[in-house]
Ligand binder design. Structure first.
Ligand code: ZN
Length: 241
């Protein structure tokens, strides 16, 4: 199977359209979304309307649940909270209901899929270190777990108690080992590379590939500014932070 996993679109329709056109060309057997459809960006309805018919399923991100009032904004920074309030007012009732109904985690095509982390999906933990990955994978029954949330694409290879981080665009997976993979962010990358990110998983070739795509960042920035959202949310797209 040739599969694609997208995450953290964050209302960035310019980045999403670029990813979808790449997926049109590659024609995967299935696409899954790890959540954070909305928040930060200025096109939340457009992103849900475009992506929802293309995916086999999705899990909820913290920004999705903040936008439909299911989690409180207390731990959001001021810019994120302002964007969440704007998103709440902008979402259509149908799209609000869709986000409200998303589960925290699922098993999809043999992989565990969750927005933040498998141990406590509703606590929004970040997975940054091999230690974090070792702990999290003890709560995952599948050989592969796909996560988003940090917006930093990477992979952890788990060999019993030995865990190592594996970077690089293309990773060959080894039989018998387990993998915790952060797929990166479509709409707001934070690894210093402003290009849109998604993950390509080829279960026959045993590879995972972090795909990066240039897109019209200036248009996404202009849309954020003209919506009256905090200017920092536009600026960060240019630098990928
Ligand atoms: Zn996010």
């Amino acid at each position: 199977m040739r599969l694609a996993i997208v995450s953290d679109i964050h209302g960035n329709i310019e980045a999403l359209e670029r990813v979808l056109s790449d997926l049109d060309a590659r024609a995967p057997d299935g696409i899954f979304c790890l959540g954070d459809f909305v928040g930060y960006g200025a096109a939340p309805n457009e992103c849900i309307d475009r992506l929802r018919p293309r995916i086999e399923g999705a899990v909820a991100g913290n920004h999705d649940l903040a936008a439909c009032g299911r989690i409180r904004l207390g731990y959001f920074n001021p810019d994120a909270a302002a964007a969440a309030r704007w998103t709440t007012q902008t979402l259509t009732p149908e799209n609000t209901a869709y986000l409200e109904g998303l589960p925290f985690s699922l098993s999809w095509r043999g992989a565990c899929v969750v927005h933040a982390s498998p141990a406590e999906p509703s606590e929004w933990h970040y997975v940054f270190s091999p230690n974090d990955a070792h702990h999290e994978m003890q709560h995952c029954h599948e050989p592969v777990c796909f996560i988003g949330h940090s917006h930093v694409p990477t992979a952890f290879e788990v060999d019993g108690d030995f865990v190592q981080e594996r970077r690089g665009p293309l990773i060959k997976t080894r039989p018998g080992l387990r993998y915790l993979v952060n797929v990166g962010s479509v709409g707001q990358p934070r690894d210093g590379d402003p290009r849109a990110a998604y993950l390509w998983w080829d279960t026959d070739a045993n590879t995972i590939e972090h795909v990066r795509l240039e897109y019209d960042i200036a248009a996404a920035m202009a849309r954020i500014r003209s919506a009256g959202l905090p200017p920092f949310l536009a600026e960060r797209l240019r630098v990928g932070q």
